[in-house]
Design a binder for this molecule. Structure first.
Ligand code: DGJ
Length: 737
């Protein structure tokens, strides 16, 4: 898949779906020629490297007024040697210079994909699944080696990139920019699409025209954040779900990031993605190395739906890992919205018992079971059961749940500490805080300094003890505040700029230790809902709690936005009580379930408080999920109608053999005398005849082109329709070939 043409010094990466072309520039730096749909190979693509004289710029070589980096597309650019755009790399040197010159030395091509030490990344199970090109670059003055790594997957229109830097010289270097990816595209005729939000409003889709200048989203919070997701798309205007050109850029990272598109005044677009350079300063002493996180680029000329399905397959099968990767996820009940902190052991068992009777498989005990925790002022850091609440500890409760025939899961917030805790009293210097400054809190809690191995060790020992003693099958790993007053008491002054990245490496190391020692445990990541819903955590935790907002209508947007990059099997979604605890809205229990079915599915309410009719519906919902969860969680997902465009949402999944499909259709507000409506389905086999909810049948081509009739009683007179409609109405159509 990876070719090198010596005569033109051109690299061509192609798997028949996409091509990626680079060539060595006259100064031996690496230039970018093309990324897009696969093209025929050629000995030379030199004509794609356009060099013309432009006044008022700087030229690399004396006597040559054609070659300037100012308007040359590059692979891993630095600032100041005729390029004036934002760089991928910046190295501050002992004399204060920031100029680097990374030139090509050699390259290697290997089968498969090497792992990234200490960092999450996509992987191969078989060396034939991918090929990796590594370009070895060198700055002779600094003795700095930079390896650019490109993995092309045989089955996917995807390239994974990362960079490794080694200081082979004698100078202390400081990395202030070490981006994972830089891609120069020849024009700017794109829309910049990103997924923004806030607590309880995560991953809302935002679209704007790319314009000359810099447009970016980032996080400076120490976590990928509720506010911006480390995923952007550049799409051609007019691109929709089924057609048009789009590139998705995704960073496999859970810390502060930057995703940026800079359009210069010749309309070249430079996309840069990686650790946020804001506040970043990594000392690279002689002999030390630095590994950037991985960035993944997915290309499609068949619309956003195709791009998303590539991400879904790749991330579900070659980023997520472990025993749970390919297993249908257990239907769970979580006690948080049912009890908050107000529970006793008997109350929990009563919740679990009812849930078990209705078919739920896993009982999850959320916050409040440990240390002196009876509200959110105390206890974090003391990971042993509060025996006033749980007389025989977690072991005793887990045994009672096990006796019911259910699995047992437990909440932790391993990165945090309350001042009212034994851990803080013993180690007050373990929190992140700046000497002489007030230390801010978030939800009365402080952030443990995970850049310190002894801190991670302490929490590991505490968690491992519980997991070894009690029958725990699931962990919800929460994280409820961002980092402030960033400073580590354990780092010297010239390494304080490393704290954010070292922190997240500490988080990954704890995840790695726990997941390898307890491989049967299913991990669900969480950060006040979806505050760290990113590919980095997907490597350890195959599912994540998508949002603390459990209202079905709000969830439509959050879950829909999440699907652009992340598979359905990763989206934690629960049915909760009404009035909803976040927006106080009443929605039918059927719609709450119909939204949560397109996720990992569970309940977060006291089932004992439901009416007999509602309980009957719950049983039916669970039966439905058990029957179809393989299709929902591992089938191909298609977005049909966007909740960001109006009053409706529709999406569907199709089983790999295309014989089963589920179409979720949702309406926000009811209307009167509205239009007749049809949904054009996708992904079906045109030659197969599908029974829709058991009807006489329609061929796949009819359902995809003429459409599925979704009109309800809101169109015309109520009595003419089988399904009466209401506000927040929904239906899942079951299609069987
Ligand atoms: C925030 C999480 O997102 C909630 O689901 C819940 O676990 C609370 N924290 C508990 O404090």
């Amino acid at each position: 898949m990876i070719q090198y043409h010596e005569s033109s010094k051109t690299f061509h990466l192609s798997n028949g779906k996409i091509s990626y072309l680079m060539k060595l520039l006259p100064n031996d730096q690496v230039g970018q020629l093309y990324f897009g749909k696969a093209v025929h190979d050629c000995e030379s693509f030199d004509h794609l490297l356009e060099m013309h004289h432009r006044p008022m710029t700087s030229w690399v070589f004396e006597g040559n007024n054609l070659f300037s980096l100012d308007h040359t597309r590059q692979e891993y650019p630095s600032y100041g040697t005729t390029d004036y755009r934002h760089p991928a790399i910046e190295v501050v040197q002992p004399n204060g210079s920031r100029i680097t010159n990374l030139t090509y030395v050699s390259h290697t091509v290997s089968a498969g994909k090497p792992s990234l030490t200490g960092l999450p990344a996509t992987y191969c199970e078989d060396a034939g699944e991918a090929e990796t090109l590594t370009l070895h670059l060198h700055d002779g003055l600094l003795g700095l080696d930079v390896d650019l790594s490109y993995t092309l997957f045989a089955q996917y229109a995807a390239i994974a990139r990362s960079v490794r830097l080694v200081n082979g010289g004698t100078l202390d270097l400081h990395l202030t920019h070490a981006m994972s990816l830089s891609l120069d595209l020849p024009d700017s005729d794109y829309e910049f699409v990103h997924f923004s939000g806030a607590w309880a409003r995560e991953r809302h889709m935002k679209v704007r025209r790319l314009e000359q200048g810099v447009q970016s989203v980032d996080s400076t919070r120490g976590a990928s954040s509720h506010n911006h997701n480390p995923f952007i798309m550049l799409r051609r205007p007019g691109t929709d779900e089924k057609q048009g050109e789009v590139i998705g850029f995704s960073l496999v990272y859970s810390g502060s990031f930057l995703a940026q598109a800079e359009v210069d005044t010749w309309d070249v677009t430079r996309v840069t993605m990686g650790i946020n350079p804001f506040g970043f300063d990594w000392k690279l002493a002689p002999g030390e190395s630095f590994q950037t996180p991985e960035a993944v680029m997915v290309y499609s000329c068949e619309g956003m739906g195709d791009m998303s399905r590539t991400f879904h397959r790749l991330y579900r099968t070659r980023l997520a890992r472990g025993e749970w990767r390919d297993k249908p996820r257990p239907i769970l009940i979580n006690n948080w919205e049912a009890t908050y902190f107000d529970f006793t052991e008997d109350k929990l068992v009563a919740l679990a018992e009812t849930a078990k009777n209705d078919g739920v498989e896993l009982f999850v005990l959320d916050d409040g079971w440990f240390g002196a925790r009876s509200n959110d002022h105390a206890g974090l850091g003391d990971w042993h059961a509060n025996t006033e609440r749980l007389a025989r500890g977690i072991t005793g409760l887990a045994e009672r749940i096990d006796a019911l025939g259910m699995k047992f899961g437990l909440w932790f917030e391993p990165e945090m500490v309350n001042k009212d805790s034994d851990l803080y009293r013993a180690h007050p210097d373990w929190i992140i805080s700046t000497p002489g400054r007030r230390v801010s809190h978030g939800r009365n809690q402080y952030v443990l300094d995970y850049s310190r191995p002894e801190v991670v060790d302490n929490i590991y020992e505490q968690m491992a003890k519980i997991l070894s003693e009690a029958k725990v099958s699931y962990i919800k790993w929460d994280m409820n505040r961002c980092i402030s007053e960033a400073f580590s008491n354990a780092l010297p002054a010239d390494r304080q700029g490393e704290l954010f990245h070292r922190y997240i490496l500490g988080v990954y190391s704890l995840y790695e230790r726990l997941t390898s020692r307890f491989p049967h445990v299913l991990f669900e990541s969480c950060a006040s809902g979806g505050g760290r819903f990113d590919p980095g955590l997907l490597y350890y935790a195959p599912q994540g709690w998508a949002s603390d907002n459990s209202d079905a209508v709000c969830r439509m947007k959050t879950q829909y936005g999440t699907t652009f990059c992340y598979p359905i099997s990763s989206i934690g979604a629960h049915v909760s009580a009404v009035p909803n605890h976040q927006v106080y809205r009443d929605t039918p229990i059927s719609t709450r379930a119909n939204v949560a079915h397109f996720g990992t599915f569970g309940y977060e309410l006291d089932l004992n408080k439901l009416s007999p009719e509602e309980r009957e519906q719950v049983r039916e919902q669970i039966r439905f999920m058990k029957e179809y969860r393989e299709v929902l969680q591992f089938g191909d997902f298609y977005r049909l109608q966007s909740p960001f465009d109006g009053n409706f949402l529709a999406w569907m999944v199709v089983s790999p053999d295309k014989k089963t499909a589920l179409v979720g259709w949702y309406k926000v507000l009811n209307e009167v005398n509205g239009p007749f409506r049809r949904l054009r389905l996708q992904g079906l086999d045109p030659e197969l005849c599908y029974h829709v909810d058991g009807d006489a049948g329609h061929f796949g081509d009819e359902l995809m082109h003429a459409g599925l009739v979704t009109s309800d009683s809101a169109a015309g007179q109520c009595q003419d329709f089988e399904r009466e409609s209401c506000d927040f109405d929904s239906h899942i159509f079951v299609l069987k070939a």
